[in-house]
Structures are given as C-alpha cells and as structure tokens.
Design a protein around this ligand. Sequence first.
Ligand code: ADP
Ligand code: MG
Length: 244
Amino acid sequence: MTKTQIEVTDLHKYYGKNEVLKGITTKFNKGDVVCIIGPSGSGKSTFLRTLNGLESATSGDVIIDGYNLTDKGTDLNLVRQNVGMVFQHFNLFPNMSVLENITYAPVELKKLTKSEAKKKALELLETVGLMDKKDAMPAMLSGGQKQRVAIARALAMDPNVMLFDEPTSALDPEMVGDVLAVMQDLAEKGMTMLIVTHEMGFARKVANRVIFTDGGVILEDGTPEELFDTPQHPRLKDFLSKVL
Ligand code: ADP
Ligand code: MG
C-alpha cells in the first residue's frame, strides 16, 4: 500500500499582487523521489519553501504527515524537524566546524546528548564520504564538500522528507557527481525526496516521477520516460529543447 505523505490542495501564493503559485494540487507518497523542473521564476523554490513553512500559503492546504501547515494551531517548528531542506548555497554555519554544524540542531531541538549527536554525525559523515573533514571549518571545504555536509546536517534530524532546491547549481562541474551520488544513495534507501534540479540525467535515472512547472502551475506530471521521451505540452517541449 502506498502511503500519502504530503498532500497539497489548491495552493496559492502571492507576493503582494504577484501570484506566484496559482493553484497547485498534488500528492507525494512515502518513498517518492520527485524531480521538479521548469524555467527560472516559475515558482519552484516558493513551492518547496511552502512545504516546510519557510513561506506561508496565501490559500490552500499543505498536509505533511497529517499536520496541516496552514492551520494556526500547527507547531511549524515541529513539522520542520521532520522536513529536511538543502539549499543551493549550502547555508552552513560559518563559525562552526563540520561536526558542530551537524550536531547543533539534534542537541538543541531533539535533545540528544552531545555524545549521541556526535556518534550519529560521524556515521553520517561516513555515508557522505567526509569523515576526514569532521574538524574542518566550512570555509576550508569545496562547494561539493559543503553540500555533502549540508545533506548530512539535514539527515541528522531524522527527517521523513528531504527537500532539495537546486543542490548542485552552485557547484563546479567536477563536484556535481559526488553530491548526486549521495542523493542517489539516499533515494535507494527509501527516503522521500522532492528535488528542484536542472540535472535531467539524474532526474531520468533516479526519480520515479517528474513534475514540470511553469508560471506557477503544474503543466505536466508523470514518469521520467513520459516527460522526457513523450512530452505533451508545448512549453515542456520548448524547455527540454533548451536544457537537453
Ligand atoms: P524559481 O525557483 O522557479 O526560479 P521562485 O519561486 O524563486 O521561482 O520565484 C517565483 C516568482 O516569485 C519570481 O517572480 C520571484 O521574483 C518571486 N519571488 C520569489 N521570492 C519572493 C519574495 N520573497 N518576495 C517577492 N517576490 C518573490
Ligand atoms: Mg529557485
């Protein structure tokens, strides 16, 4: 039985008079790996940010693991603990070591002891291939290393869902593969993942579903084969002709 983990119903988001999300309705199941593609300015980041409460919806519902983010009574901080987010520009704490970056939130928010958090952080650093960088400061790391630390940091909270907003767009090309490999590994372990990306090869290989957005709506939603091999919408065809 597939289990719905995220349910979005008629989501609208305005910035002032600018309607950025124009009625998005979709569901994501546990274990889904969904790549979201679309032109710049189409509302991809805004959509992801409304899924962890970094942006509030103007109207509509976002239900994650049974919690409706748009209900006034919902504890957004609690929901956010279960929704990991990885950004284009890493957003590591610059004044903390790699290990401190990863242990900070579990100790502060999940009340793990320092030694429990450290044990877990070391395991995560092992899985992202950065054990030897545990004591480094972020400024000493390459972009690809920073992003792998950011992924480990998000995973340290034991999230049910991971959101990635163009995680490889700021990286030098030779760093992209290492980060995508970590993400593929996570996908194969069954993590529910929503990934805004321009990496069409990754989307085809790793995603079970691809969504094409343009102008604040979902124009196409299907398997990678459906979207990449038999695109229906003229705007998707045009987009693919530019990026593939
Ligand atoms: P994408 O990630 O697809 O490039 P965004 O979600 O970042 O698109 O942006 C969609 C639209 O919303 C753009 O027109 C952008 O200028 C606008 N926008 C995004 N964030 C804000 C904000 N904080 N305030 C005002 N307008 C915003
Ligand atoms: Mg964006």
